[in-house]
Ligand binder design. Structure first.
Ligand code: NAD
Length: 425
């Protein structure tokens, strides 16, 4: 093993692919993975790049670049979202696709990892333009997508509306309705109950399980949540219901702190009546977004974006437990300092896997032609999240490594063993 990747440049911000690769490399070495399998898992199985000419509302034709990367289909059909964002590029899509492989393996669902995206700015496009782009993207991926091949889902800039267009375009091409080609659909056309809150719920299950291990009493626990969108607000609400005091939340407008605990239902109602923003919220004192990360709390939940805990602030973090709702919120270089400080991290590929777990349930329900109750969805996803946490925790003790490296070990071990059973040419 060794000598495969260039050392990351000394900079605060890290390339997501390098961040992922550095953890992958550590876990592979600990597992004693041989060079051949390491190379198989390092390289994406398939990378598709398409040009999508779209007629805009003013009659002009604009060409967009679209991507779909299948990192691995060793465990099953690849699974992963489609991102519509001006920052989409091949390196990012490759990293996100690999993360999906590890995430599905950690929670033991029978999927490989994939990711897609189109470099565009949906905020500057009309609904009609977005629809034409989504349908054109789908058409160009007809040979790639499929319920047993590659199953897309929403990601940044896309949601149930776009998934409905994707499902319809795919279904027309097959001459029949195919619900199971995509997840994250509207409820009326085969979406699953419990999907909206699934990621935040999984974050809550991970946090409660970790608190049990650290002997933190939820009724005395103080929690700070960065990002008050889908994941952050559901995690905050469900943890408050279990006795925790959510002393701070933040969004792009800033952070809001109340030592006595914020009333999360009121905060959610405020946000929903205020065009999705917490700006002007009076149930707490306003502090800066950076301060939120450094508060004297028991649990810190980064649930906004990547690279927010870095070598420039990790020294000052006082939380005993970090539960990663976002993908990649901790830079690889901050990992060692976190470990030295004795902070437990429930890593992204474990803690935010509740979303893909319920996406899997959506696909299962579509294939059964049946609908589960919300109680059944929650019960089964809670069990999967709890079992996955316990398994990663056991491996962390066995190898004497962090929960993050343990999660990679669990994932890489599963995918590499399956690869060996399946064999190659
Ligand atoms: P969202 O768009 O609903 O919410 C994001 C929130 O973060 C918003 O409140 C936004 O204002 C806030 N935010 C953005 N920049 C910020 C900053 N600099 N400081 C503080 N707050 C900031 O998105 P989401 O679906 O909740 O996703 C959040 C994260 O979780 C992303 O990293 C996403 O990839 C990850 N994730 C989401 C899901 C899911 O099912 N939604 C699943 C797995 C992982």
């Amino acid at each position: 093993m060794g000598g495969y990747i260039e050392p990351a440049p000394i900079a605060d911000k890290e390339n997501p692919f390098e961040s992922m690769m550095s953890r992958f490399k550590i876990a592979s070495e600990l597992l004693g993975l041989d060079d051949e399998i390491y190379n198989v898992l390092k390289n994406p199985a398939k990378q598709v790049l398409v040009s999508l000419p779209i007629t805009m509302d003013d009659g002009s034709i604009k060409v967009f670049e679209g991507y779909r990367v299948i990192h691995s289909n060793i465990l099953g059909p690849s699974k992963g979202g489609v991102r519509f964002d001006p920052g989409v590029n091949l390196d990012e899509v490759k990293a996100l696709a690999a993360w999906m492989t590890w995430k599905c393996a950690v929670v033991d669902i029978p999927y490989g990892g994939g990711k897609g995206g189109v470099c565009c700015n949906p905020r500057e496009m009309s609904a009609g333009e977005i629809e034409r782009l989504m349908r054109s993207y789908t058409q160009s991926m007809i040979e790639i997508f499929g319920p047993d091949r590659d199953i897309p889902a929403p990601d940044m800039g896309t949601g149930p509306r776009e998934m409905a267009w994707l499902m319809d375009t795919y279904s027309r091409s097959q001459g029949m309705t195919v619900h199971s080609v995509v997840t994250g659909k509207p409820l009326v056309m085969g979406g699953s109950l419990g999907r909206t809150e699934a990621t935040g719920r999984g974050v809550m299950v991970s946090a409660m399980t970790a608190m049990e291990k650290l002997k933190i009493n939820p009724y005395q626990a103080k929690v700070a949540v960065q990002g008050f969108g889908n994941v952050g607000s559901w995690a905050a609400k469900l943890m408050e219901e279990r006795g925790c005091s959510i002393v701070a939340v933040s969004d792009i407008s800033g952070a809001y702190y109340n030592a006595n605990g914020i009333d999360i239902n009121k905060a959610i109602a405020y946000r929903d009546n205020n065009k999705g923003s917490m700006e002007g919220f009076t149930g707490a004192e306003k502090i800066s977004g950076d301060e939120l990360l450094l508060l004297e709390v028991d649990v810190l939940i980064p649930a906004a974006k990547e690279d927010v805990i870095t070598i420039s602030n990790v020294d000052k973090i006082k939380a005993k437990l970090i539960v990663e709702g976002a993908n990649g919120p901790t830079s690889a270089k901050a990992d060692n300092i976190i470990n030295d400080k004795g902070i437990m991290v429930a890593p992204d590929i474990l803690a935010n896997a509740g979303g893909v777990t319920v996406s899997y349930f959506e696909w299962v329900q579509n294939r059964l032609g049946y609908k589960w109750t919300k109680e059944r969805v929650n019960r089964r996803s809670d069990r999967i999240m709890k079992d996955a946490f316990e398994n990663v925790y056991k491996v962390a003790l066995e190898y004497n490594v962090s929960m993050r490296i343990a999660a990679y070990i669990v994932a890489i071990d599963k995918v590499s063993k399956t690869y060996k059973y399946r064999g190659g040419y």
